[in-house]
Ligand binder design. Structure first.
Ligand code: ADP
Ligand code: UDP
Length: 236
């Protein structure tokens, strides 16, 4: 199995290492937490381990349901081996329930169930604050081809179709989530990055208690407890 070589990048939540196989990377999951485009910074105890545990479980689930992802295996409690991708600079958000920026943009109340899922695209740019974009922006600025956008939209819906009932069986509402896709060396569009309480909104089905990064964003307390609760339920 590929071994870690040089540190080649560091994002807000993960360190990225090259390996002795040029087609594979190793992610190191950090405890650092940021919100509001990194204006709010902090740390959540054990977040790296919990996010890796949750992401690995959910990537395995997707693979078992026929959705290919970059996930290969866990190396240890903090590190994950993945296929190296050329990341497409689009953050794809899937929504089932009104919350966050959708509430602000539409005035619809938090918690309103959508008649069908909404897929949105945001331009992945920290400097610009990840602005919302549409297909034309992606095509005109060459961020993705028409075929790639179709593939991303198709996969985003497929991920939602698998994750929503899986979480529901564990007493969790999948409110919304963010995905990142990239190109493999042989030109396929593959799901990348992570799927965890940093990138998804999870609510307890009965109480609607928030069990995700909103606890950190809005100082709701017991952030680590929420991540632990999600880890416990998804690995059950
Ligand atoms: P950010 O600061 O963007 O939130 P992270 O700390 O999560 O980033 O670091 C992960 C980085 O690696 C992100 O820029 C993400 O787009 C990128 N990435 C995710 N999956 C892959 C992959 N399989 N290959 C290459 N880059 C990836
Ligand atoms: N999200 C993310 N990274 C971002 C922006 C959003 O992972 O840079 C996730 C967020 O956790 C939520 C979903 O995408 O699950 C939708 O977020 P929204 O647009 O409502 O943004 P926010 O309210 O966080 O500004």
């Amino acid at each position: 199995m590929p071994e870690k070589t040089d540190l080649i990048g560091e994002g807000k939540a993960k360190k990225i290492y090259a390996t002795d196989d040029p087609t594979k990377l190793i992610f190191y999951f950090k405890d650092d937490a940021t919100a509001f485009n990194a204006q709010k910074k902090g740390s959540i105890e054990s977040k790296g381990e919990l996010n890796l545990l949750i992401s690995a479980r959910l990537f395995r689930l997707l693979e078992s349901e026929g959705i290919d992802t970059h996930f290969i295996e866990e190396k240890n409690e903090r590190e994950m081996l993945v296929e190296r991708l050329e990341i497409i600079p689009i953050e794809t958000v899937v929504r089932n329930i009104v919350c966050g920026s959708l509430q602000k943009r539409t005035g619809h109340p938090e918690g309103e169930e959508l008649v069908r899922p909404i897929v949105e695209f945001y331009y992945k740019s920290d400097e610009l604050g990840d602005p919302m974009i549409n297909d034309d922006h992606c095509l005109v600025f060459d961020w993705a081809t028409h075929g790639e956008l179709e593939e991303i939209r198709h996969q985003a819906h497929a991920v939602n179709t698998v994750l929503k009932p899986f979480m529901a069986e564990r007493g969790i509402l999948l409110v919304d989530f963010k995905l990142e896709f990239g190109r493999t060396h042989d030109g396929r569009v593959l799901l990348g990055d992570e799927i965890c309480p940093d990138t998804c909104r999870f609510w307890d089905s009965k109480t609607h208690k928030k069990l995700d990064k909103d606890r950190f964003r809005h100082d709701l307390g017991d952030v680590e407890g929420a991540y632990q609760e999600i880890a416990r339920r998804v690995t059950n």
